[in-house]
Design a protein around this ligand. Structure first.
Ligand SMILES: [Zn+2]
Ligand SMILES: [Zn+2]
Length: 255
């Protein structure tokens, strides 16, 4: 299985794209601005969108995706997310005011957009791939995803504060190869990170100490103005043996 990083920045501007990861050719995790760079034919192939939560940086290109592929799709695009996130999308995005209600287009009986509830603990199987929603802590209901190819797993945190149930779920993944974990803010923004339920280098490193060594750890969602500082703070304080790298747009993780 291949996981391709379409966007992994905590902001925009000159080469930065917000969160979107593509699994194989027909699944994406989050639909931030990174999604917009795919060629038309590849956009048209997306059957499933799994959302970690409904914040704008993770959904910005979902409405535009549906509008773009509508003329060439004969089957719906299924959006998998918590009931709370789906309610947010329906109420605040697909409400005929911000954007058309694609659950009713092209026809109320066969909308292009389908919702499927995925709460923490739920799994969804697609061929050999199994996705499992894991608990995280954010300002709105949110999940992380475990992606299991049958050979190995990648866990992607989405947005989260430090959260013991998340770390317990990560530690329980028996075939974990790669952990993609957010660190949105530098340590000097600790108060803002707490208020917005994101991680800082110090708090991430404290939590990582309990995980087994040898894990491939990729840092995502760095705020653009502080990305170098965040990585310096992480690598400067990390204990020997921790394999920490910044996740980069264009990275392909095979598992
Ligand atoms: Zn968020
Ligand atoms: Zn975010």
């Amino acid at each position: 299985m291949e996981l391709q990083v379409l966007g992994c920045s905590g902001g925009i501007g000159a080469g930065n794209r917000t969160t979107s990861l593509r699994l194989g050719d027909n699944v994406v995790i989050d639909a931030g601005t990174g999604l917009a760079d795919l060629p038309l034919a590849e956009l048209a192939r997306i059957d499933h969108v799994f959302l970690t939560h409904a914040h704008l940086d993770h959904i910005a290109c979902l409405p535009l995706l549906l509008d773009t592929v509508a003329p060439v799709r004969t089957t719906p695009v299924t959006v998998h997310a918590s009931q709370s996130a789906l309610d947010t999308l329906q109420r605040h995005i697909f409400n005929w005011q911000v954007w058309p209600d694609f659950t009713q287009i092209p026809h109320p009986d066969r909308g292009l957009l389908r919702y499927e509830v995925m709460e923490r603990g739920d799994t969804f199987t697609l061929g050999e791939l199994t996705l499992t929603a894991l608990p995280v802590l954010h300002t709105v209901p949110a999940v992380a995803y475990r992606m299991d190819s049958g050979k190995a797993s990648v866990v992607f945190s989405g947005d989260t504060d430090d959260h013991a149930p998340f770390w317990q779920a990560v530690a329980a993944v028996d075939n974990l190869q790669t952990l993609i974990i957010e660190t949105a803010f530098a340590d000097h923004e600790a108060a803002l990170a707490r208020a917005s339920r994101h991680l800082t280098p110090q708090r991430l490193l404290a939590a990582l100490g309990a995980l087994p060594g040898g894990l491939d750890i990729r840092i995502t969602h760095l705020k653009p103005f502080d990305h170098e500082l965040i990585m310096r703070e992480l690598t400067g304080q990390a204990s020997a043996g921790l394999q920490l790298k910044r996740l980069l747009q264009g990275d392909v993780i095979r598992f």
